[in-house]
Design a protein around this ligand. Structure first.
Ligand code: 5AD
Ligand code: FES
Length: 350
């Protein structure tokens, strides 16, 4: 019964809300079958290759106050930092030597970094490494700002929608943040020709299984190139300090469903998944993920970019992280590929 719904997804047929919900509610009965199918689909499109992205967390200043996030404006315990353009370029140059061909510039929403400053950084990165992709993850900005950054050479943009239910969005964010604006940003990014990543936390406060079924319908419709999901993990200095964390088990099941719903998706096994479960990233790959995003930020700022408690890999050099990941990924039968790792469009069935 549940396996036949998975077969349906595997054949690229659309599942209804009720069918997704049924699967999510009965995940203990069909998780292994889902993971087997999800890995086969990933393998058929991307082989056994896992793509790496060098994450540069360049500012932990943020003008927003999301209730779940450790670098929210009102967290006075956060030791704030900004990397200079030269430091950012330095991280990328070091990353290039290690084999990274995609750099992800991620930060809080920090008005200090104007379009001019950011465009200069993007241009410089592309000039130094024309064979690399630049991904931005800078939150909500205006159409004109997204356009300027695209014109400067940015290729991709990650902006998690966090939830596709506006009521739920309102419970995770203060009133000065708008769900509609988040959707408009995603639309604008698509219009501008970015490869776009959306995503959400699994087990975020007030999230229901019904919400998760809707996430899959939302993603199917949005049809992004990338989807980032990881478990919610409480941060001690946020309003959600005492909320239970999401589970690896449910996150893995959602990864499998996302792989089958959007077969060509670039899907990271996230650091949050590796934090909630020591083997979380390996399990993520077995559930259908095909991307990992090690940290390239300088060691002295790593511990300051704490979105949630107990984040892993904050004490290791990027070179050590890569060696560790290589070993971990080998246990799944996959291997890291040194390339930009672009989205693969399936050939049409003719
Ligand atoms: N637990 C897990 N993920 C979090 N994020 C922010 N705070 C947390 C948390 N406490 C995620 C959000 C955001 C991304 C950069 O990190 O989904 O979009
Ligand atoms: Fe910075 Fe949410 S706290 S965007």
């Amino acid at each position: 019964m549940f396996n036949s719904l998975i077969d349906k997804l595997r054949k690229n047929q659309i599942l209804s809300y009720d069918e997704y919900l049924l699967l999510i509610k009965n995940r203990d009965k069909c998780a292994d079958y889902l993971f087997k199918n999800a890995s086969e689909v990933r393998e058929s499109i991307y082989g056994n290759k896992i793509y790496i992205r060098g994450l540069i967390e360049f500012t932990n200043y943020c003008k927003n106050n999301c209730y779940y996030c450790g670098i929210r404006r009102d967290n006075k315990c956060t030791d704030r930092y900004r990397l200079s353009p030269d430091e950012i370029i330095g991280c990328a140059d070091y990353g290039y030597e290690l084999g990274f061909r995609t750099f992800v510039l991620q930060g809080g929403e920090d008005p200090y970094y104007t379009d001019d400053i950011l465009c200069d950084i993007v241009r410089k990165l592309k000039e130094n490494h024309p064979d690399c992709a630049v991904t931005l993850s800078l939150g909500e900005r205006s159409f004109d700002s997204y356009k300027a950054l695209k014109d400067a050479g940015a290729d991709r943009y990650l902006l998690r929608h966090e939830t596709s239910d506006s009521g739920h969005y309102g419970k995770l964010h203060p009133d000065d943040m708008s769900f509609q604006n988040r959707l408009d940003c995603l639309e604008n990014l698509k219009k501008l020709g970015y490869h776009v990543g959306a995503g959400f936390m699994v087990g975020s406060p007030f999230q229901t299984e019904e919400n998760l079924a809707n996430e899959l319908l939302f993603l199917k419709k949005l049809n992004p190139h990338m989807v980032g999901i990881g478990p919610f993990i409480a941060h001690k200095d946020t309003p959600f300090f005492d909320q239970p964390s999401g589970t690896a088990e449910l996150t893995l099941f959602m990864l499998g469903l996302i792989r089958l719903t959007l077969p060509n998706i670039l899907l990271p096994a996230t650091t949050a998944l590796g934090t909630i479960d020591p083997l979380g990233r390996e399990k993520g790959i077995r559930a259908g993920a095909n991307v990992v995003m090690p940290n390239l930020s300088p060691l002295n700022v790593r511990k300051k970019y704490m979105l949630y408690d107990n984040k892993i890999c904050t004490g290791d050099e990027a070179a050590q992280c890569i060696e560790c990941l290589k070993r971990r990924i080998a246990t799944t039968g996959c291997e890291i590929e040194i390339s930009r790792g672009d989205y693969r469009q399936s050939k049409p069935n003719c």
